[in-house]
Design a protein. Structure first.
Lengths: 498, 376
């Protein structure tokens, strides 16, 4: 007898439909899976056999062939166990469910027949809806996550044993409630109030958040660079519905969707030994990298000078285009990665900085070290903030302004930018033509022109300063860029090495 | 044109001969490069050949003598260089004091600078290639202030102090780079853009013909030109056994003034100038010290007063003077929001009171706040 069931395999961050065809016929008892399965799919044989037996079903002692269509698509992961088991039950006459061809089934089976969570439940539920499935059956653990996708009935299943009851209509599962995506759900752990003193660093963070500008912090170890960076996501405007879903989909595909993440902007801080593939995604079965995981959030590169050059180079195009394209044999994937880049570096190899009398670095070592800060990636950094250890009374002083207050100002500034540039865009993304079209007050224009004429600014730095000044003006609600705002932008700008 | 640079063929041939002899002299000079090459360069063509390359002397002499006037001019023209020899009116007067002065100078840039050169109006700034931020800062400030006082700043286009002195001088006035290779070659190559700026807005000279590569011995050899050109040689930073000290010795031998910038006694990079100071060199704290030493105390005063400052900017400046090096430090010291402190620092930088490193560290320049505004 032949039976089919629908399931999905995860490809990057999107789900691809797979049809499971099971044929049970007479012959030597055997169990074969064909259709480009990977090792985890092939091992489904043992899991399905044990699960069926342990749930009281009979494992047919006949020749069983499982075909996963389309045959050209590589199938990965253990998520197809449930569909294979259901189709096998149906083919062997133990399950009579007329809905089976119209339902998607996803889930890993334990040997006792209970279901285990899979990665990418949200993407799969959305894929099932697009594929025209009426309902999706998946492990109970994945229920709240899959319920984020609307337009499809989500049926959480604790174990294989319940399947027969479900088919017979004897058991009505409780529909799961979707995970909350509102920002209010985020624990208030990472708040800017933790940053004491350091008024300029706070200001640099605020401008960076308001205009989407990338920021480089330079300072000795322990001066608060990592702390400041980790507070940045809390300054950014809350994710709009579609954006939040996008972020949740990526997190879900990587198995990272949990209550702590949902609703907040992601913050990723990869270690500096990361490879290019780890950073932008890759591998033989292309997997999303840190850049994609930081989508709509913050990618923090601590110890920027220690990162491998090829890894940083790989980040260049994604930074500009907001997406990563990974090409592998027979497959091509485009993953989104619009993130804010925040970097931190020590001023010299020993970390103290040349101005510190305790610095033991030879001058040429310092030059070589700082030389790593130049180059293509540094070119895309707008703001430089020199960070120093706050004084004892600052650390002992009261907490700083909380994130929520700063965020209010940032949200207003972002709204102004969207009105001017179009929805979803921010000042950091302004083209040179747009930057030069900024409304400049006469005094501000004179200030910028004077610096430019003295050859202290390159053409690129000129535009970068304009973008920063525009963000500062947006923060202050000014219609034109004033002299004060231009002066602030000139101070904040990252300097070219002279 | 009366003052057009000109060179007689014999003197020019000497330059080309030196270029041909590069590897041979190198062999002799490698033992103690500092001492030997200026001595060798005192020799006449024939003696030099006999000492350096006895086996191929005839051959090399033949090659050099085969160079005609037209061919030499064409080669100079092709490299957009010019030449002046010791018999020309353009040849700088101070150089005539040196026994081992080059027969001819090949230059690129403004030859008027060379013709009007006086020892009293020229200062050579030398120092370590591996200078610290202190040395680089002082060299730049010296270069800028001396140039703005109308002094021609001479240096060697090398890494570190030399480059900073040139850059500083270019901001305010004239500078001359003396090279240890042909004047059409940027050496070190990393300083190509600096070399271009100096040759466009100042002057690049060498005793070697266009296209000549540098040898180890050519650097002490060009040091003797640097020492002779200027009325005073200032050593900014140098290790105890540094090439810059060769320049200082040569300058002292010529009876020129010698200055040194004091540095921390614990700093290896300042050991050279500190030793010179112990030996009686002039203390150089700033350009005014140089002017006083060279022209007599009070002969020329540097006007260092900057533009007037309003109260807020004065406070920010005072905070930097009191030791705040970052914008954060200034904001914290004054209790200002970060943005306002940043704007004040940007203005002060623009007015010339502060400089900012690529790492965002601010330091004070020599500019003095005018008294009138300090009261008002």
């Amino acid at each position: 007898m032949l039976a089919t069931a629908r399931t999905f395999t995860l490809d990057g961050i999107s789900a691809r439909p797979v049809r499971v065809e099971v044929d049970v016929h007479r012959g030597l008892p055997g169990f074969a899976i064909v259709g480009l399965p990977d090792a985890a799919v092939r091992e489904a044989r043992e899991r399905v056999r044990a699960a069926l037996v342990n749930c009281g079903f009979e494992f047919p002692l006949q020749r069983i062939v499982v075909n996963l269509a389309p045959a050209s698509l590589r199938k990965a992961g253990p998520g197809m166990d449930l569909a294979i088991a259901a189709a096998l039950l149906s083919a062997s006459g133990q399950l009579d469910w007329e809905l089976l061809p119209r339902v998607a089934l996803v889930g890993e089976l334990a040997l006792d027949g209970s279901t285990r969570a899979v990665n990418g439940a949200l993407a799969i539920a959305e894929g099932a809806r697009q594929d025209g499935a009426e309902a999706i059956v998946l492990p109970a653990e994945n229920g709240p996550e899959a319920a984020l996708a609307d337009g499809i009935d989500v049926i959480p299943l604790e174990g294989l044993g319940r399947l027969a009851a479900l088919a017979a209509g004897e058991w009505e599962p409780r529909r799961p409630t979707a995970l909350p995506l509102e920002l209010s759900a985020v624990a208030a752990a990472a708040d800017l109030a933790d940053l004491r003193g350091q008024p300029h660093l706070r200001y640099a963070l605020e401008v960076a958040a308001a205009g989407g500008h990338s920021l480089l912090m330079v300072g000795p170890p322990g001066a608060g660079k990592s702390l400041a960076a980790s507070r940045l996501p809390s300054l950014l405007p809350p994710l709009a519905g579609a954006e939040a879903l996008e972020v949740a989909r990526i997190a879900s595909a990587c198995g990272r969707l949990d209550a702590a993440l949902v609703g907040g902007r992601p913050f990723r801080a990869p270690h500096h030994t990361i490879s290019a593939a780890g950073l932008i995604g890759g591998g033989s079965q292309a997997r999303p990298g840190e850049a994609t995981l930081a989508h709509r959030g913050v990618l923090f590169l601590d110890e920027l000078c220690e990162f491998r050059r090829d890894a940083l180079e790989a980040l260049r195009v994604p930074l500009e285009s907001g997406e990563v394209s990974i090409v592998r044999v027979g497959a091509r994937q485009t993953l989104p990665c619009r993130f804010m880049l925040i970097a931190a570096a020590n001023p010299c190899p020993c970390g103290r900085g040349e101005a510190d009398p305790d610095c033991t670095c030879a001058p040429h070592d310092v030059q070589r070290y700082q030389g790593r800060l130049s180059g293509a990636l540094a070119d895309r950094i707008d703001i430089l903030a020199a960070v120093r250890q706050p004084s004892a009374e600052q650390i002992g002083g009261g907490p700083g302004e909380p994130s929520a207050d700063v965020r209010e100002r940032v949200v207003v500034a972002r709204e102004r930018q969207e009105r001017r540039l179009g929805s979803g865009r921010c000042n950091a993304e302004m083209t040179p033509a747009e930057a030069r079209a900024c409304a400049l007050g006469p005094a501000a224009a004179a200030l910028l022109a004077e610096l430019y004429a003295r050859q202290r600014l390159s053409g690129r730095a000129h535009d970068r300063t304009l973008r920063l000044a525009q963000t500062i003006a947006d923060l202050e609600g000014a219609a034109t860029i004033g002299e004060e705002q231009m002066a602030q932008a000139l101070q904040l700008r990252r300097r070219d090495r002279g | 044109m009366a003052n057009a640079p000109a060179a007689c063929t014999d003197c020019l041939r000497r330059s080309w001969l030196l270029a041909l002899l590069g590897p041979y002299v190198e062999k002799i000079a490698t033992g103690s490069p500092g001492a030997r090459s200026p001595e060798l360069l005192r020799l006449s063509n024939e003696d030099l050949l006999a000492a350096a390359a006895p086996k191929v002397a005839g051959q090399l002499l033949g090659r050099v003598e085969a160079l005609g006037e037209g061919q030499l001019a064409a080669e100079l023209e092709a490299a957009s260089c010019w030449a002046c020899c010791q018999h020309s009116s353009v040849y700088p007067a101070p150089l005539r004091d040196a026994l081992d002065a080059p027969w001819a100078l090949i230059g690129r840039g403004d030859h008027g600078l060379l013709a009007n050169l006086e020892a009293g109006g020229t200062v050579t700034v030398v120092g370590s290639r591996r200078a610290t931020s202190y040395g680089r800062e002082v060299a730049r400030e010296l270069g800028r202030e001396l140039a703005s006082a109308g002094i021609v700043v001479v240096s060697g286009l090398a890494f570190g102090v030399d480059a900073c002195a040139h850059r500083g001088a270019l901001e305010a006035g004239a500078t001359i780079a003396v090279l240890g290779c042909g004047p059409d070659t940027a050496y070190p190559a990393a300083h190509r853009s600096l070399w271009r700026q100096v040759s466009e807005r100042g002057l690049v000279v060498s005793e070697l013909p266009p296209g000549a590569p540098p040898w180890r011995w050519t650097f002490p050899a060009r040091n003797r030109i640097m020492a002779a050109l200027a009325g005073m040689t200032v050593v900014v930073e140098a290790a105890a056994r540094s090439g810059s000290l060769i320049t200082a010795d040569l300058a002292a031998d010529l009876g020129r003034d010698l200055g040194a910038v004091p540095g921390p006694v614990t700093s290896r990079a300042s050991a050279g100038p500190n030793n010179l100071l112990a030996g009686g060199a002039c203390v150089v704290r700033d350009a005014q010290d140089v002017l006083d030493a060279m022209l007599g105390v009070g002969a020329r005063r540097l006007d260092r007063s900057g533009p007037g400052l309003e109260a807020g900017l004065r406070d920010a400046l005072a905070a930097v003077e009191a030791g705040a090096t970052t914008c954060d430090g200034v904001a914290a010291a004054l209790g200002l929001p970060g943005g306002e402190a940043g704007a004040a620092l940007a203005r002060l930088e623009l007015l010339g009171y502060l400089t900012c490193s690529p790492m965002g560290i601010y330091s004070r320049t020599m500019l003095v706040v005018p008294v009138s505004s300090a009261i008002g």
